[in-house]
Design a protein around this ligand. Structure first.
Ligand SMILES: [Fe+2]
Length: 318
């Protein structure tokens, strides 16, 4: 496969797993095109044209050093200059894939956060409330990334001649869809204990427990409490949303949230709204999403070397 074909496959899978549905995602791209057409010539020059084709701007090709057939890849949760140097040591690495966004992908992290509004709406939060509360948080994240030296790793890849890509929300979408399907298929998820046990059956989380990583763990609530409506609202959509949303989620009838990670501020707000929070685990949930994509590459004969926290579990039938 070529680098472009790998990226196209990732975007396609990300759209298929997206909670907004294919039509929702395509509608978003159409709106972006219309907005682009209305820009002045000067604004068009500054416009990121990839935004017209790629609905996940935190998942992109960052550098093509040599456009060749990709046979062996190095994949990590977060690629930093050290991992690029590692790729040089390993030899034969044709492409490096980072889950966490880098370069332009990091600069556009806030762009994917609109997805959270639709996910919340899917679980009953009125769209006007979700959009109103997320607006503030999205602009906070957009400003927040200004401190990052986001080209650092990309520059190392350029100097050392490595192909580099980051796949963030596409993989988080795969993890979210996997967890949503699993939760919805299970009839007996009465108490939080049942939900925890279900999560603990997933190999990535089993491995995380062995490694001493956090999760699956109850952050708010108790084992014996009943789950109520379980919402997978905090697995995909860039990064943590607005803490003011918990109250609205409670009003919308959400009882328990499954998330990757949670800050203290969000935990307090969830507690105040009596929403149970089960944290599945950060790196393990990231690994789950990345693995679901990597399986497709494995099926196509690509050799995978994992690094930087990635718990590689293959679901490919051998
Ligand atoms: Fe992550």
């Amino acid at each position: 496969m070529t680098i472009q074909k790998i990226h196209n496959l990732a975007i396609k899978m990300g759209i298929e797993a997206d909670f907004r549905g294919k039509e929702g995602v395509e509608g978003l791209l159409k709106r972006k095109k219309k907005k682009y057409e209305r820009l002045t010539e000067r604004e068009k020059k500054e416009f990121d044209l990839e935004a017209l084709e790629n609905p996940f701007l935190d998942s992109r090709i960052l550098h093509i050093a040599e456009d060749k057939e990709i046979k062996k890849i190095l994949v990590g949760i977060g690629i930093e200059p050290a991992e690029v140097l590692l790729a040089k040591e390993i030899r034969g690495i044709d492409l490096i894939i980072s889950h966490h966004p880098l370069g332009k992908g990091l600069a556009h992290l806030s762009d994917v956060m609109g997805l959270q509004c639709d996910v919340l709406n899917l679980y009953g939060v009125p769209i006007n409330i979700a959009e109103g509360l997320m607006k503030e948080r999205i602009s906070e994240v957009a400003r927040g990334v200004n401190v990052a030296n986001h080209q650092r790793t990309v520059d190392v890849a350029k100097i050392l001649g490595f192909n580099l890509m980051c796949l963030h929300t596409v993989c988080d979408n795969l993890a979210a869809k996997f967890l949503k399907d699993k939760v919805e298929k299970e009839d007996n998820l009465m108490r939080i204990e049942d939900l925890l046990n279900l999560l603990k059956e997933i190999p990535e989380y089993k491995e995380a427990i062995k490694l001493g990583l956090i999760g699956p763990k109850i952050f708010v609530g108790e084992k014996e409490r009943r789950c109520g409506k379980i919402a997978i609202t905090e697995i995909t959509g860039g990064t943590e949303g607005s803490s003011k949303l918990y109250e609205k989620m409670a009003i919308a009838g959400i009882g328990t949230i499954v998330g990757m990670h949670i800050s203290e501020e969000h935990k307090k707000e969830a507690e105040a709204s009596h929403i149970n929070v089960v944290i599945a685990g950060h790196i393990s949930s990231d690994s789950l999403g990345v693995n679901l994509f990597l399986d497709e590459l494995e099926k196509r004969g690509i050799e995978i070397v994992s690094c930087s926290g990635l718990i590689r579990i293959s679901r490919v039938q051998k």
